[in-house]
Write a protein that binds this ligand. Sequence first.
Ligand code: C2E
Ligand code: MG
Ligand code: MG
Ligand code: MG
Length: 289
Amino acid sequence: RAKQLGRSRYSFFQQDMDAAAVQRMELERELKLALERDELLLHYQAVVDARTGAWSGLEALMRWQHPQRGLVMPGQFIELAEETGQILDLGWSTIEQACAQLARWKASGRHPGPISINLSALQFREPRLAERIAEAMRRHAVTPGELAIELTESSLLTDTDTVLQTLARLSELGLSLSVDDFGTGYSSLAYLKLLRPARLKIDRAFVRDLPSSADDRALVRAMMGMAEALGIDVVAEGVETEAQRDALLALGCWQQQGYFYCRPQPAAALAERLAVWPPQAGASRLARG
Ligand code: C2E
Ligand code: MG
Ligand code: MG
Ligand code: MG
């Protein structure tokens, strides 16, 4: 009897595993279709100068407009895409869409400032990454300084020689590098030394409990001091309240991003708030990050 019960439990467990595996395969198959059917699109979130409230650029964030599931967030498909290798095609789509959108905004008389795109470390194994970015930029007349990259550390960078060569090439093309989610995961001090980024983005884990957390104030202060000594800019992520904004400002961190200022949203919803392009005579020039 006990044996029987044991066996049926085991098979329940087995069924659960199978269900998870089936779901994963289903998602993988749907993601392949999504790439073919152009269901992946970008939303954009402002990067803000908290001293003035002026927008200084945008970050492009991918969403999946699924025919049945609705809007699917990156948390539900980026990791899978990295495991299956689909992140490469997904990444090309991000690059293409960001360049195309920038060109559309400029053609309509608006400019968002630099657009940051997120790249997976895995994309750096693609030897033609820099060339393909250069090609997309040429095709859409994107000029140096208009596009930037954020490296998301969901996987360790391997083959650092290739990575550094690619980054050097991207830098020649006028793309600066941000280390994303700084202070968490693999985004460690070693990355600052190795990659020499233009910018680090303080993960929202360090912003969430401001201003009350003395520990987080100390950590942000330390990150600011280190960045300043190394000549690296800092952006704080996940600013949701006025109190968080003020705490960060008091610590010298004035480049901020978060729901307090702007939620990620479709390009069309942002157009009105973007700077006029080309700049009108006498108008204040667009801040460049
Ligand atoms: P990330 O690059 O660190 O982006 C910041 C995430 O925080 C975004 O989540 C954004 O919507 C969210 N966020 C912004 N402000 C706030 C706030 O005030 N409060 C809170 N709670 N969250 C805020 P999202 O859009 O779900 O993206 C998650 C991650 O997926 C990104 O983290 C990035 O690592 C990755 N990702 C997004 N798009 C792409 C892409 O095109 N390619 C690659 N490789 N990764 C991407
Ligand atoms: Mg990012
Ligand atoms: Mg981040
Ligand atoms: Mg992240």
